[in-house]
Design a protein around this ligand. Structure first.
Ligand code: UD1
Length: 428
């Protein structure tokens, strides 16, 4: 199993290309099930989760042409042409769903296009129970008949889905995406209230509009969709990855460097920018990207609380905590989205961090220096927080279970090494 070794203490300088968002790409790929014509997606990142979704879609009958070897080694993103001329199969099997929870995003499109879907329940997950009840109740409101049998959600809509008023009791990215895709082919008008406003949800909605959907309120909490008889092919470029952007912004800050993040957008990370500026990080918008530096001055403790977009993203919580472990003073970090998302804390503490968790909050008291250690993590963002900590630590940090990283970060060690980090991947 691969490991990543980081020897800390080198300020990062240079430029890092930011790819398309993983969390936008996955629902966008699933949206190809909604039409018999070809959906062309560009700026897709090269990640294990994308490959998993491609395998799942292939099982369902989607033909995928990948013309994706970008001339500069993948930086420009890959392009997939996805054609679901006919739905060959409506089952998303356990083996694929358990690898990637986002497989559940095929439920809405399958049901809307084929009138039936059988999708394995994702089961337990490292960062909390993460049920799919909101996905199911939204589809049930649209007339789907849903049963849970042998670990599978079995949904049918023999007479097709019907427009409905759906009020989400809490904000869910995935449930909003499933409902949007289903409503695009439903009979009549659907209103989603308390819909997720994440840029990835808005990106999906824009792509659906390019495919012929009629959607009002994109990027807002109330969205109205007037269903169409059929959607058509389209071309869509995936929105930049705001979590990759934020992660490398913290890499620049924690190493005391000066880095340009290319191909991304400042407006996608405003909540993070506000907190980073409070912590003493310089961050500004430049043409085609963002510049982040911490050339002089110490980091200061700053508080953050995760919230649905446009609030501080839960997917940046672990990385921000890594930064706060070496700030002057204290920081309170509160996690409101997932109940079990502090698994990086014991590993950061093994590197010398001073962090105490009380319920859903963590108090981080900054220390002058972290020290490298062998560490491992149980999810994607927790793993990357350990790499960030390693960039600031003295000595060597060895991160095990690198497969988590490969689900969400494309060539992370190459991107960091290109800016002067002492980092390498070791294969056994
Ligand atoms: C997506 C992102 C993930 C991010 C999360 C929150 C993808 C592929 N993943 O995950 O990286 O951390 O948004 O920004 O886009 N919930 C329920 N019932 C449901 C669905 C969700 O109770 O049916 C709860 C979850 O347990 C969680 C909260 O709602 O506490 C938010 O989850 P949700 O927004 O649905 O996250 P995902 O779409 O799974």
């Amino acid at each position: 199993m691969d490991r990543i070794v980081v020897r800390g203490g080198k300020p990062l300088t240079g430029s890092i290309p930011i790819g398309g968002a993983k969390n936008a790409s996955l629902p966008l790929m699933a949206a190809s099930l909604l039409t018999e014509e070809t959906l062309t997606l560009s700026n897709l990142p090269h990640l294990v989760d994308i490959t998993t979704m491609a395998h799942l879609l292939a099982e369902l009958g989607v033909d995928i042409a990948m013309n994706g070897h970008a001339p500069n080694g993948g930086h420009a993103g890959r392009t997939f042409e996805l054609t679901a001329a006919a739905i060959a199969n409506t089952t998303a099997p356990y083996d694929l769903v358990r690898k990637m929870r986002a497989s559940v995003l095929v439920l809405g499109p399958l049901l809307a296009r084929a009138g039936a879907a059988r999708v394995s329940l994702p089961g337990g997950c490292a960062i909390g129970t993460r049920p799919v009840d909101l996905h199911l109740s939204a589809l049930a409101k649209m007339g789907a008949v849903i049963d849970i049998r042998e670990g599978y959600v079995e949904a049918t809509a023999p007479k097709g889905l019907k427009g409905a008023n759906i009020v989400f009791p809490m904000v869910s990215v995935g449930a909003t995406e499933n409902a949007l895709m289903a409503a695009a082919l439903a009979d009549g008008e659907t209103t989603l209230t308390n819909a997720a406003r994440e840029p990835e949800v808005a990106d999906l909605a824009r792509c659906l509009v390019a495919m012929g959907a009629d959607i009002e309120g994109i990027g807002r909490g109330t969205v109205t969709i007037r269903g169409q008889k059929a959607l058509h092919g389209a071309h869509h470029a995936v929105v930049p990855d705001r979590i990759e952007t934020g992660t490398y912004a913290i890499a620049a800050a924690i190493s005391g460097g000066d880095v340009t993040l290319k191909g991304t957008r400042f407006d996608l990370i405003e909540a993070l920018v506000e907190v980073l500026r409070k912590a003493g990080v310089e961050i500004s918008e430049i043409p085609d990207g963002i510049r982040v530096s911490r050339a002089n001055g110490a980091l200061r403790g700053a508080d953050a609380m995760t919230e649905p977009y446009p609030g501080f993203p839960t997917d940046m919580q672990a990385q921000f905590m890594a930064l706060m472990t070496v700030a002057e003073g204290a920081s309170m970090i509160t996690e409101t989205i997932f109940e079990n998302r502090f698994m990086h804390v014991p590993e950061l503490c093994r590197m010398g961090a001073n962090v105490n968790v009380h319920g859903s909050s963590a108090i981080v008291r900054g220390v002058p220096k972290l020290s490298g250690a062998p560490v491992m993590a149980t999810d994607l963002r927790a793993s990357v927080s350990l790499i960030l900590a390693g960039l600031a630590a003295s000595g060597e940090t060895v991160i095990n279970r690198v497969y988590h990283l490969d689900r969400g970060y494309e060539r992370i060690e190459e991107k960091l090494a290109a800016c002067g980090a002492d980092i390498e991947r070791l294969s056994d």
